[in-house]
Design a binder for this molecule. Structure first.
Ligand code: GDP
Ligand code: IMO
Ligand code: MG
Length: 435
């Protein structure tokens, strides 16, 4: 049963978009299973004829869309912002990417409404600032689990949509007015806007769980694309500084409506160092020149919000935890080239708490804020790796760095990425390509 799950193994932005795009060459379907337009997955396309290479940032549409044979699915676990989706579809069509018949949207995905975004931004003005992307994600998942959400299927019936919208907007307006003392939203304006969306996205809506299960029966190859990362998982991340969905591999089955028995492999994507956007503990964060260099060389600014990403050394303690909660069998290490100019590279190999070594990653924030990272130093390679295409092309110190990561995690390093382009990818020998 050929489902391969791609998960972010850190705090998001590991380069999932690049890896999914690369692997899409050999798959039939790419399916997003959770999150919403909080994600920003970057894909860099090679130049076509005289044109320069082109960068796309995808928020909702799976990163397989640039391969014309691939069908892209937005699963039931995703919270869909129709406006963001329309913008993305327009951007692709303007660039000459034909999505006709290649995009399917689950009829059970929940819709992000304007009041979700309003509530997201209001909550962020309170005491417990998470540093969200402001895309309405938390409030939309609240409504889903409150059983008050509006789903894509509701767009298909005008009466149901109007009834549900009226009820929701009246409730939310009361909340906005009474609790937050802010402007109410206009019911008729929202109803009209969403009915317009309905006309535009109608052709993509289907029962995607049924579609995917039929595809499995026909032995089609499915890539499940996670958004965010394991350490932002609502259950397994650094709660409350997390997102509101399940980016970990377990989320792929519920978020797509496919059985766990269909999963063949789980690939974790991890940067060769660490980054985090938004608030919350970050044990290896560098508030110094090295952190600034990582941010500048790595172009570490949010693909969705443009915020500067917090940067730090690779953290093998949190990565080992991520391998455990996801069941990661193979790792793709990205952005190795960003370390090319460093004299010395540090890696966190353990934590101490009150002078005692911890045996595993503590996810509770209170403990994480008190721990001290233990570092191992690696000598830099001081050579460009961006042109390497085989593992043996990498300088010795870079190979030793990668091998040490695999050894410490007792997990195969399957792929190494040395640049944002598709071709800047190395499959590590001994590991069968695409398997
Ligand atoms: P995602 O959210 O996990 O898909 O990652 P993002 O797209 O938010 O951030 C990753 C950034 O790194 C993007 O700008 C990519 O184009 C870029 N990128 C991906 N892989 C590499 C790599 O190996 N080297 C370099 N230098 N950049 C990379
Ligand atoms: P991709 O898929 C990095 C972070 C936000 C914030 C927290 C909660 O590109 O890796 P939310 O808007 O989800 O309620 O914000 O999660 N966050 C991400 N950080 N990459 C992402 O997605 C993220 N999506 C959300 O910065 O700290
Ligand atoms: Mg991103």
């Amino acid at each position: 049963m050929p489902v391969q799950i791609i998960v972010g193994a850190q705090w998001g932005d590991e380069g999932k978009g690049k890896i999914v795009d690369h692997l899409s060459e050999k798959v039939d379907i790419v399916a997003r299973y959770q999150g919403g337009a909080n994600a920003g997955h970057t894909v860099v396309l090679p130049p076509r004829r005289a044109d320069r290479e082109k960068e796309f940032v995808l928020h909702l549409i799976p990163s397989g869309i640039f391969h014309s044979h691939v069908v892209c699915v937005i699963g039931n676990g995703v919270v869909l912002d129709p406006k963001a989706l329309m913008d993305e579809i327009n951007q692709l069509q303007t660039a000459g990417i034909d999505i006709k018949g290649r995009l399917l949207i689950s009829h059970h995905a929940h819709l992000i409404m304007p009041y979700h975004k309003a509530l997201d931004s209001i909550r962020e003005q309170g005491n417990q600032k998470i540093g969200t992307t402001g895309r309405g994600i938390g409030p939309a998942y609240i409504d889903k689990y409150l059983r008050a959400g509006i789903r894509v299927v509701d767009l298909l019936d005008r009466d149901i949509l109007c009834r549900k919208l009226k009820q929701n907007i009246e409730e939310k307006n009361e909340l906005l007015r009474k609790v937050y003392n802010v402007r109410e939203l206009d019911i008729d304006e929202i109803i009209n806007e969403y009915q317009e969306f309905d006309k535009k996205i109608d052709e993509y809506i289907t029962d995607t769980s049924e579609y995917l299960n039929n595809a499995l029966r026909k032995k089609k190859f499915i890539l499940a694309e996670g958004a965010q990362g394991a350490l932002l998982d609502v259950d397994h991340g650094t709660y409350p500084y997390v997102t509101s969905s399940s980016p970990t591999s377990g989320g792929a089955c519920t978020g797509l409506g496919i059985p766990p028995t269909s999963v063949r492999s789980i690939i974790g994507v991890a940067k060769a160092y660490s980054t985090r956007v938004g608030n919350g503990p970050f044990p290896t964060e560098l508030d110094n020149d090295a952190g600034e260099r990582l941010r500048t060389i790595g172009g570490e600014f949010g693909a969705t919000t443009g915020r500067p990403r917090r940067c730090g050394w690779l953290d093998l303690v949190s990565l080992a935890y991520s391998v455990r909660v996801n069941g990661i069998q193979k790792i793709a290490v990205t952005k190795l080239d960003v370390l090319d100019d460093f004299d010395e590279i540090r890696v966190c190999t353990g934590y101490t708490l009150n002078g005692r070594k911890l045996s595993s990653f503590p996810t509770d924030v209170q403990t994480l804020e008190k721990i001290h990272p233990i570092y191992k130093n690696f000598r830099g390679w001081k050579t460009s790796t961006s042109g390497a295409r085989r593992f043996k092309d990498l300088p010795g110190n870079a190979r030793r760095y990668i091998e040490a990561i695999g050894k410490s995690l007792r997990t195969q390093i399957w792929m190494v990425s040395v640049g944002a382009r598709r071709d800047q990818t190395i499959f590590v020998p001994g590991n069968r390509r695409g398997s």
